[in-house]
Design a protein around this ligand. Structure first.
Ligand SMILES: [Zn+2]
Length: 276
């Protein structure tokens, strides 16, 4: 029986487990197919796929892009793109570089708030990660004793409205969609929750969006029904996953029920994009 989780993070970005450990845990939880979707990098794919071959878990290569756009804040998930595509890797590198500046900005703001942390400790928590992210800053804050947990760091300082927040690199949705399609990838709007989901989906669908992430750990049944209807209207595929990070910030690996037919439709769309 097919059991899926198509939204997972590893130490290649801000997750706690290595790609191999993620695959091993997926095997333990009885998952048959997973997608590794680290932030702005394909660097965990090779290791995860090798572990997948060894353990008999199908591993799809994916990544997540969290972007500021003229349409507001948008999160995308990408599947099936060619990791060797030079334009794609240039684009991901630009985003990762911006993340370094952004994390340094947060460290600066935290110092001004009376909570100094050393940049070297943020780098330490980033470890092998190709992209630096807020959880790395949060873990340095916990270590320095400024907060009791990473959750507290997000709740009080690092969330999008928090006093230490620094904005992301601004990108144009059409540019992102085109780069992904040119690399043969499928692009999905991730966990849309805000009130503008309906017009946003219509706008992005007209720009070439492929899908909506419908099955997500904090989506209500009502939200899922609304997103399924939107996907139907705009001929979009649907995806889903736990957004597992290996800590308590999101959900447990494999904890989100994703219907098996999701995988077939995703693979169909990847084939279409890959041969376009
Ligand atoms: Zn995610």
């Amino acid at each position: 029986m097919t059991r899926l989780d198509l939204h997972l993070h590893s130490t290649a970005s801000d997750g706690v487990l290595t790609p191999t450990e993620v695959v091993r845990l997926a095997k333990e939880r009885g998952l048959t197919t997973i997608a590794l979707t680290d932030h702005d990098t394909t660097s965990g794919w090779e290791e995860a796929m090798a572990a997948g071959r060894e353990l008999g878990v199908e591993v799809l290569g994916g990544f997540e892009i969290n972007s500021e756009t003229d349409l507001g804040h948008i999160d995308f998930l990408v599947y099936g793109a060619d990791a060797q595509n030079a334009a794609l890797q240039d684009f991901l590198l630009t985003i990762r570089d911006a993340r370094v500046g952004r994390a340094k900005g947060m460290v600066q703001k935290l110092a001004e708030l009376g909570m100094p942390i050393e940049w070297a400790r943020v780098l330490h928590f980033a470890g092998d990660a190709k992209s630096i992210a807020r959880p790395h800053v949060a873990r340095a804050l916990v270590e320095a004793g400024h907060v009791a947990s990473t959750q507290e760091a997000f709740d009080h300082y690092l969330n999008d409205q928090g006093p230490a927040y620094v904005h992301r690199l601004e990108v144009k949705p059409q540019e992102v969609i085109d780069i992904i399609h040119q690399a043969g990838g499928v692009i999905v709007l991730s966990s849309p929750e805000h009130s503008k989901t309906t017009p946003l989906t219509a706008t992005l669908a007209a720009l070439g969006l492929d899908g909506l992430e419908v099955y997500y750990f904090d989506h209500t049944a009502e939200k899922k029904a609304e997103l399924l209807e939107l996907a139907r209207q705009h001929n979009l595929i649907v995806t889903g996953g736990s957004d597992f990070h290996g800590d308590k910030t999101h959900a447990e690996l494999g904890s989100v029920e994703v219907p098996p037919e999701v995988l077939l439709k995703l693979k169909d769309r990847i084939r279409q994009r890959g041969s376009a």
